[in-house]
Design a protein around this ligand. Structure first.
Ligand SMILES: [Mg+2]
Length: 218
């Protein structure tokens, strides 16, 4: 775990990703894909297998073209689904309370971090799903703002969500650190704007953030 882009002394806000960063749950990740591919199949008038094949082909085509991975929302846009529909499908299908439970250790860690930094969530799911995820984890009170897919109609790795979040906080990019589990989606676009970035393997590394950032005895 390394803070890239800016000095620790410059950090005023920590901008967290949700999935794979504040929790890990393979079954929920799979459901987040399968529930949306199911709706895509109905929309395209194909079988679920065919819809999944097209989604996987879109991912493979980017890789073959030497392009970095992008969000599921961007793949769905490329397959002809409009953003309001993408947002609605997620709001309908994703009930975080059915998948996530309170994480007491995360609550303590975020409480410690919140004494020193302003905390924000930047998620590629709709804002309501992000907020419900924080509630399900029992950590919502530590977060000052949540920015989701419906706030800009764009998803990470596009710069717009990062820009909207820093603007909402009223802070320059150079005072904010994006913390997430995907280098191409959470970290590189943030660094390109002048934000800091911390790539994590998962929630275990979040638990050690206070020590890493030099916070003790708070
Ligand atoms: Mg993630």
């Amino acid at each position: 775990m390394t803070l890239l882009g800016i000095e620790a002394s410059a950090v005023k806000a920590l901008v967290f990703d949700m999935d794979g960063t504040l929790y890990e749950n393979l079954d929920y990740y799979r459901f987040q894909t399968s529930s949306q591919v199911e709706r895509l199949a109905t929309y395209l008038g194909t079988s679920q297998e065919e819809a999944y094949r097209r989604f996987e082909n879109a991912r493979a085509a980017r890789k073959a073209a030497g392009l970095p991975p992008t969000s599921m929302a961007n793949h769905f846009l490329a397959l002809g689904v409009d953003m309001p529909t993408i947002i609605r499908w997620r709001e309908e299908a994703l009930i975080p309370g059915e998948w996530l439970k309170p994480d007491q250790k995360l609550d303590e860690v975020l409480g410690t971090l919140a004494k020193r930094f302003r905390l924000a969530l930047l998620t590629n799911n709709p804002r309501s799903v992000g907020t419900a995820s924080l509630q399900a984890l029992g950590v919502e009170r530590h977060f000052e703002i949540v920015v989701g897919l419906d706030d800009t109609g764009m998803s990470k790795p596009s710069p717009e969500p990062f820009t909207a979040l820093c603007r909402s906080l009223g802070l320059p990019f150079e005072a904010c650190v994006s913390i997430g589990d995907r280098k191409d989606v959470d970290i590189e676009p943030a660094l390109a704007l002048g934000m800091g970035g911390i790539l994590v393997q998962g929630v275990e590394e979040i638990y050690s953030l206070p020590a890493y950032l030099g916070i003790r005895g708070l």
